[in-house]
Design a binder for this molecule. Structure first.
Ligand code: SF4
Length: 318
């Protein structure tokens, strides 16, 4: 779901209301010089639970409380390098490094700030690929503050929706869980504020990378401490995945990117709609609600004059 090419789920709509965002992924290239090596990195601390970090500490001959310290350093202090874990013995830090472990934080390649304070980041991953994430700050009249992180789930996207620059740029690979989580930490670093909301509406289709999305969701909720209800997962619809998502019984919002009130028009905008008709999506959404008791929201991007007001009203009848 490429942000700003998909407007919007209710949380994101609230987050960006009254804003005129001028940032566009067209202004940034999708990659530097990607390596072709398959990028599967299991020796990354970011994304691990406290229990897993305790087990890792035991495996390396330490006491389990070292795992709690690791958890604190990674998620609370947000330390990026193992050698900067100054609370830990030097020998433990060396053992982690010699075992091939790393924290899993990447550098920020570029940051663009819009006049309204929205910040778009390009994060340079370990294999040189670039991924976008957006931070959207909103101050409310009564003094409350909301910071929404719009995160990517893939580098590029294979679905090629007609209006989407990310889709046109092609697809490179799925993101791993830590590469999703680190986007939220990068937004916190830039804003020096806690992220309050997360929307999976950046580059890529989250349902095509459901395993990492679910793992990142767990970490964002349990380790980074963002409430499940503050997280929205957005999709254009991938067959058999809404049911699977429902089986996790997350207390998060599912957002469907509709973009058209009927199947015929939708197929011209969202090519993947051919294999997942609207009536099947609607049935799966009803089942999702029954299974999770969580509402489903619908997003609709108005594209030129291709749809009349009357047709738009038909969305309500779906
Ligand atoms: S599914 Fe992919 S191609 Fe379609 S709008 Fe989202 S990011 Fe773009």
């Amino acid at each position: 779901m490429a942000l700003l090419q998909h407007l919007c789920s209710a949380p994101l709509t609230r987050a960006i209301r009254s804003r005129s965002l001028t940032l566009s992924s067209r202004t940034m290239s999708a990659t530097l010089t990607p390596t072709r090596v398959a990028h599967v990195d299991s020796h990354v601390l970011l994304g691990m639970s406290e229990q897993e970090l305790q087990q890792l500490s035991l495996d390396l001959g330490q006491q389990s409380y070292r795992g709690k310290q690791l958890h604190h350093l990674i998620y609370k202090r947000k330390v990026k390098e193992i050698q900067d874990f100054s609370q830990l013995p030097q020998a433990f830090r060396n053992d982690l490094q010699e075992g091939g472990w790393r924290v899993g934080r990447s550098s920020i390649h570029q940051a663009v700030t819009a006049a309204d304070g929205t910040v778009k980041l390009l994060i340079k991953l370990a294999d040189n690929r670039l991924v976008e994430t957006v931070g959207i700050p909103v101050e409310h009249d009564k003094g409350s503050f909301r910071l929404t992180a719009c995160v990517s789930s893939q580098v590029g996207c294979p679905l090629r929706c007609s209006f989407c620059a990310t889709g046109k740029g092609g697809y490179s690979r799925n993101l791993q869980r830590h590469e999703i989580v680190e986007q939220v930490l990068a937004i916190e670093e830039i804003f020096k504020q806690r992220v309050t909301n997360v929307v999976f509406m950046g580059m890529g289709e989250p349902m095509l990378n459901l395993k990492s999305v679910i793992e990142a969701h767990r970490c964002l909720n349990k380790d980074v401490q963002i409430g499940q209800r503050m997280i929205t997962i957005s999709t254009v619809g991938v067959p058999n995945t809404i049911k699977k998502l429902a089986s996790y019984k997350l207390q998060s919002t599912l957002a469907i990117s509709l973009h058209a009130p009927n199947q015929k028009l939708r197929e011209t905008i969202v090519p993947s709609a051919k294999s997942y008709p609207l009536d099947a999506i609607m049935k799966d959404c009803r089942d999702y609600f029954l299974e999770t008791s969580r509402r489903v929201s619908f997003e609709y991007t108005l594209l030129g004059t291709e749809v009349s007001f009357g047709e738009l009203c038909l969305c309500g009848a779906l």
